[in-house]
Design a protein around this ligand. Structure first.
Ligand SMILES: Cc1ncc(COP(=O)(O)O)c(C=O)c1O
Length: 392
């Protein structure tokens, strides 16, 4: 029987990450592929402290106490924001989806970093977005290139991940943040700022939200508890400029009524407790060590094969390969050696900006496995480079 499905479904792509994660869950595989926090660092989930009324339906906007705590945290970052501008979401991924529903019709132009978060590309693509990529440099995107692209394409919004970007690890300088905000204000272009990694920080760097520098342009700021507590809770949030907020709440209502009250109740309790800061400090200490282990292993095994810089925070190294290697083919070879990475190719919004690259996660594997896995991976990549050299 043939079903009559929407045209939208023709734009659905299978999630490469999910497909790879399936394989990498097999015992014995060292995986640098996903963006998984380490299970051993996740706080214990004790739901006894959650109020009994968590069982009943709740407000679409989220639990009032949690919204107030989030608004307080954002105000501390310089983002002028009241609790009534905060919406609790089912992961920040839902925030991305709501933004897609809010702004995108078939053919709507959207500007984003190149490369950028794969699942945002997938989501915006389903709504019919026409992508225009802004090449990412060490200090962030170039404000002049942003202005030129806005004038040329008139995008519905610009989607940016300025702190410890996925996949590149890039953290915008303060000057870049201010200059980007100035261009958005001047042109009145809405900013969607995705910031799930901001609290995973290992070396000092500026992380003031770009939204905090905006004076006039509309904005949506997306945050997440996934990377700093437990992603299985599926609790994230967004805050937005007042005019956009009622639209987003209505879209949320029609999507899932509200986010799980049990997860919200647990998080409200946890982030208001003294344990939260201790937990973050411990997590950052362990991840900093894993980042350093990966950096040393890369220097030993990948010098001459790739170029990279150690990220100041977040969960990923981004390696730009020196040779023109087919990274999807290299992944298949790597999996036969029980090691996995994420090929760079799908992170690029437009094909002509692509270059051969790998994304490597350093939070999930232990330091011993990182050492072992990077050694194995360099052998695979060296072989692939030799093949590229012979055939190319
Ligand atoms: C840039 C970015 N945004 C959003 C998300 C979604 O996170 P969650 O829905 O778990 O909050 C991720 C997850 O990896 C991400 O990397």
């Amino acid at each position: 029987m043939t079903h009559r499905l929407s045209r939208r479904t023709e734009r659905l792509t299978s999630s490469l990450i999910r497909d790879i994660l399936q394989i990498t869950q097999q015992p014995g595989v060292i995986s640098f592929a996903g963006g998984l926090p380490a299970e051993e660092l996740m706080p214990d989930l004790d739901f006894d402290a959650c109020a009994a009324d968590s069982r009943q339906y709740g407000p679409s906007e989220g639990e009032p106490r949690l919204r107030a705590l989030i608004a307080q945290g954002l105000s501390g970052l310089g983002l002028r924001c009241q609790a009534d501008q905060v919406l609790v979401t089912t992961g920040s991924q839902q925030g991305i989806d709501l933004v897609g529903k809010l702004f995108i019709d078939e053919g709507t132009p959207v500007l984003l970093e190149s490369p950028t978060y794969l699942a945002a590309l997938q989501c915006f693509r389903v709504y019919g977005a026409a992508f225009h990529g802004l090449p990412l440099q060490v200090e962030g995107i170039d404000p002049d290139a942003l202005k030129a692209a806005i004038v040329r394409h008139r995008p519905a919004f610009v989607y940016l991940i300025p702190s410890f970007q996925n996949p590149s690890g890039c953290c915008y300088t303060d000057a870049a943040r201010r200059a980007v905000a100035a261009v958005l204000d001047e042109t009145g272009t809405p900013l969607v700022e995705d910031d799930p990694y901001r609290d995973l920080v290992y070396s000092p760097c500026d992380r003031t939200p770009v939204c905090a520098y905006l004076e006039r342009a509309p904005w949506v700021y997306l945050g997440s508890f996934s990377k700093i507590t437990a992603p299985g809770l599926r609790v994230g949030y967004l805050a937005s400029s007042p005019a956009l907020f009622p639209w987003i709440v209505r879209l949320k209502q029609s999507s899932d009524l509200h986010t799980s009250r049990i997860g919200q109740a647990w998080l409200t309790h946890f982030i208001a407790s003294d344990d939260f800061e201790k937990h973050l400090a411990h997590m950052n200490g362990v991840y900093a060590e894993r980042r350093n282990t990966m950096q040393f292993a890369l220097v030993r095994h990948f010098s001459g094969l790739a170029e990279w810089s150690a990220p100041a925070g977040g969960l990923f190294f981004w390696l730009r390969l020196v040779e023109d290697v087919d990274t999807l083919a290299a992944l298949k070879v790597a999996l036969t050696h029980d090691v996995a990475f994420m090929p760079g190719e799908p992170f690029f919004p437009v094909a002509d900006q692509r270059y051969p690259a790998l994304r490597l996660n350093f939070s999930h594997a232990t330091p011993e496995k990182i050492e072992q896995g990077i050694g194995l991976l360099s052998e695979v990549l060296s072989q692939c480079c030799e093949t590229a050299f012979v055939t190319g």
